[in-house]
Design a protein around this ligand. Structure first.
Ligand code: ADP
Length: 475
């Protein structure tokens, strides 16, 4: 096996689920970092050209704690081997976890491994990192209504345990006091960096962290009311080996990396290659926002519905959908839609007859087969609606990494990836159910062509600059 390519990452992130990883990656790009999202721990020989941050998407949120620790440490090792200056453990802004974990135990395992390698790392990279004996917990994402005050997490104007999250099927959050929640997950000290200290600025926040460190406090929950607090926290924690939190902190950190000279300003961090090929939308989401997007699309363009009851009989509906798409998919035409999205009564009827799991599997398998077949036949721009549906499509296509482009709507960027048997990159947008405006299925493609035209323009400018520089060098 070849040795790792020589590239130094600024930020290495470990995300406990796929859409959370995309959310963080999207924020990093928006704040000026060229970002790659990888699905699971990648191969050793993955090339990292023009990449400042890598976000490793794991499925470690609700799995057994030992698996979560093992996968997170494997990701850490990969990222540190690429020189990542800071590690970011990303979890949900609603702190999704149970008394068994996985946030506390994973953070402990990452810190312990970082501490064990710190001396060696300091010698090798000459960084100024001070802290691998303490980390911060910053779940807040104020723009999405997730704030923390006196260590208590709010969703909008409700405490976490009164926000609906107390009924979550996997991680019911029945306590909003994060100091208390985390103390049940770790044998180490948990403390609070409160708003009153943040209001006095980064120096005061650093002082408080040092005091807590002296007192043996390993994990520090951070209050956060607004973006200004995130900026203060980012300034106070940029030298920690490990930070943890939601994607809000990811938006604030890059400015600090630039101040330290780790990160050069980049004009278009979300630049993608020009995209080629026909445009397809596959929708397996039945969320309210998606149903509105399907309706809006069908009022203007053609689409074909897939019925799980018919899919349970035979694969004929898949063949019909492929024939429908082939007749319409040419690079010049607008996007074609194939959807299983249906109103609640229809979903309930399918589930009553087939069972919810089987209905879901039939739809996911059909959409994944359609994606694989049509991408092999020339679809080059693919939008998928639905979190589970996206997972099924991504694994059918064998996608390993995604270059993150610019945002279409909050939380949903265009991405680009390489798939086997396709020369040009595939442009891929993966939308979880409730995201996106009503015209998302059409506007996404307009945003993509604007982005890639801009890229083409920028490449030309770059080429011109390069030529000029070469001319000057030659002179
Ligand atoms: P979201 O992000 O909106 O939750 P997901 O793709 O995660 O969307 O989940 C939607 C689930 O519903 C998928 O498992 C999908 O296969 C299933 N599904 C889609 N259409 C139907 C339908 N008509 N009847 C029953 N299940 C469906």
């Amino acid at each position: 096996m070849s040795s790792p390519p020589a590239a130094q990452l600024v930020l290495g992130a470990i995300a406990d689920d796929f859409t959370g990883a995309t959310d963080l990656a999207n924020n990093l790009v928006r704040s000026g970092m060229r970002t790659l999202q990888v699905i699971g721990v990648p191969e050793d020989d993955l090339a990292l050209t023009d990449v400042d941050a890598v976000v490793v998407a794991l499925k470690s949120r609700s799995c057994p704690v030992d698996d979560a620790i093992g996968d997170s440490l494997a990701a850490l090792e990969w990222l540190k081997a690429r020189g990542a200056r800071q590690i970011f453990f990303k979890y949900c802004s609603t702190f999704d976890s149970t008394d068994d974990g996985n946030i506390g135990p994973v953070a402990d395992a990452l810190l312990e491994r970082l501490r064990a390698t710190q001396q060696e790392h300091l010698r090798a990279t000459h960084t100024e990192q001070s802290g691998s004996d303490q980390t911060v917990m910053v779940p807040a994402f104020p723009i999405n209504g997730r704030t923390v005050y006196q260590g208590h997490l709010f969703v909008g104007d409700r405490l976490l345990n009164d926000s609906g999250m107390q009924h979550h099927p996997l991680n019911p959050m029945q306590d909003a006091d994060l100091v208390r929640v985390l103390a049940r997950q770790t044998p180490h000290g948990v403390g609070l960096l409160n708003r009153a200290t943040l209001a006095r600025g980064a120096e005061a926040a650093r002082g408080r962290l040092a005091e807590l460190r002296e007192a043996g406090v390993r994990h520090v929950i951070c209050d956060t009311l607004d973006e200004g607090d995130l900026d203060v926290i980012a300034a106070a924690v940029v030298d920690l080996a490990l930070v943890t939190g939601g994607s809000g902190l990811g938006q604030a950190l890059p400015a600090e990396y630039r101040k330290k000279g780790w990160l050069a300003p980049v004009e278009h961090p979300g630049r993608l290659m020009p995209s080629h090929g026909a445009a397809l939308v596959l929708s397996g989401s039945c969320s309210r926002a998606t149903l509105g997007q399907v309706e809006h699309f069908l009022a203007r363009h053609e689409g074909m519905a897939l019925d799980p009851l018919a899919l349970a009989q035979s694969d004929a509906p898949i063949e019909e959908a492929l024939a429908f798409a082939r007749a319409r998919l040419t690079a010049a035409d607008g996007p074609v839609l194939i959807y299983a999205s249906a109103a609640p009564q229809a979903v309930e009827a399918a589930q009553a007859s087939l069972g919810a799991a089987r209905a879901g599997e039939l739809v996911e398998r059909a959409l994944a087969t359609i994606a694989r077949t049509l991408v092999a036949e020339g679809v080059g721009r693919l939008l998928v609606a639905g979190g589970e549906t996206s997972g099924a499509v991504v694994s059918a296509l064998g996608v390993g990494e995604l270059r993150i482009g610019e945002q279409i709507d909050p939380g949903v960027p265009w991405t680009q990836t390489r798939v086997a048997g396709r020369e040009a990159p595939l442009s891929l947008a993966l939308k979880s159910g409730n995201f996106g405006g009503v015209d998302f299925f059409t506007r996404a493609f307009t945003v993509l062509s604007e982005q890639t035209n801009q890229s083409a323009g920028q490449q030309t400018t770059q080429q011109r600059t390069q030529q000029r520089n070469q001319g000057e060098e030659g002179a």
